[in-house]
Design a binder for this molecule. Structure first.
Ligand code: NDP
Length: 246
């Protein structure tokens, strides 16, 4: 078991905070070699994880995602076995807040294009080797709509559509395409919302959960669990939310 883990190169995008950071620590504690990607490279380096390469990469830029993956594969002399497309960005806005167009574009770029870039960087090698796993981090906002989340929901719906279609296409190649959809948890995600009224509305809605919110470690343990299932087992869709979330 331990031997196997040392031979499985794991890539995590958005590893400088929230789920990605927790995921890096959990996978590292299990013995996996890691490639961590985010813009704030110092926050990843500060974790001081063994057998880990940290690269300052903007996931919206394919060339730098690809370069980092190639460098890690050479460095560890291993192909990528798991890509976790976790990097994400959310800004709550109204659909008529046209002043927020930059935030809309950023959600599309990070949440959709970032997932496509991460996938593109590893998929042909996985397909050729007839093994490998891609885990895309979506959201409950990828199943149902929420007010003030029109663009964010659109991006997560897109992640669902891409993952499910790609899963069917990659099934003959024994490559797993898995989707993890968390509910509310406290990370830096809400901090990018500049409209304080909408931010407060969100916080009010959260109160209905009476203090429940997912701890990143709870999501990360679920991600580790689905990854460590045999390659022949795909837990296709994992939805995990606070019990009191409606
Ligand atoms: P955080 O804001 O804490 O973390 C987001 C991570 O994404 C950071 O490490 C950030 O790194 C990285 N990131 C953002 N933009 C880019 C970019 N252009 N290039 C590279 N990395 C980028 O949020 P979470 O941990 O909550 O979010 C992780 C995922 O979980 C996201 O996909 C989010 O949509 C999803 N999610 C979160 C929920 C929640 O309630 N928190 C609920 C459901 C889903 P840096 O800024 O250093 O680049």
């Amino acid at each position: 078991e331990t031997e196997n883990k040392e031979k499985k190169l794991v890539v995590i995008t958005g590893a400088s905070s929230g789920y990605g950071k927790e995921l890096a620590q959990l996978f590292s504690s299990q013995g996996y070699p890691l490639l961590l990607l985010a813009r704030r490279v110092e926050l990843m380096k500060e974790m001081n994880l063994p057998n880990t390469l940290c690269k300052q990469v903007d996931v919206t830029d394919y060339a730098s995602v690809e370069a980092a993956v190639k460098e890690a594969e050479q460095h560890f002399n291993l192909p990528v076995d798991l890509m976790v497309n976790n990097a994400g960005y959310m800004a709550l806005t109204k659909s008529y807040d046209t002043d927020c167009f930059e935030q809309w574009e950023k959600m599309v770029d990070v949440n959709i294009k970032g997932v496509l870039n991460g996938t593109k960087a590893v998929i042909n090698s996985m397909k050729a080797r007839n093994t490998g796993t891609i885990i895309n981090i979506s959201s409950i906002a990828g199943f149902k709509t929420f007010t003030d989340h029109s663009v964010y929901c659109s991006t997560k719906f897109a992640v669902h559509a891409f993952t499910e279609t790609a899963r069917e296409e990659l099934a003959p190649f024994n490559v797993r395409m898995l989707l993890v959809s968390p509910g509310v948890s406290e990370t830096e995600l809400l901090s990018h919302t500049t409209n304080t009224t909408l931010k407060n509305n969100y916080l009010e809605w959260k109160k209905t959960m009476q203090g429940q919110s997912l701890k990143p470690i709870e999501i990360c343990k679920s991600i580790l669990f689905i990854y460590q299932m045999p390659q022949s087992v795909s837990i296709r869709d994992l939805v995990i939310a606070p019990t009191r979330q409606s």
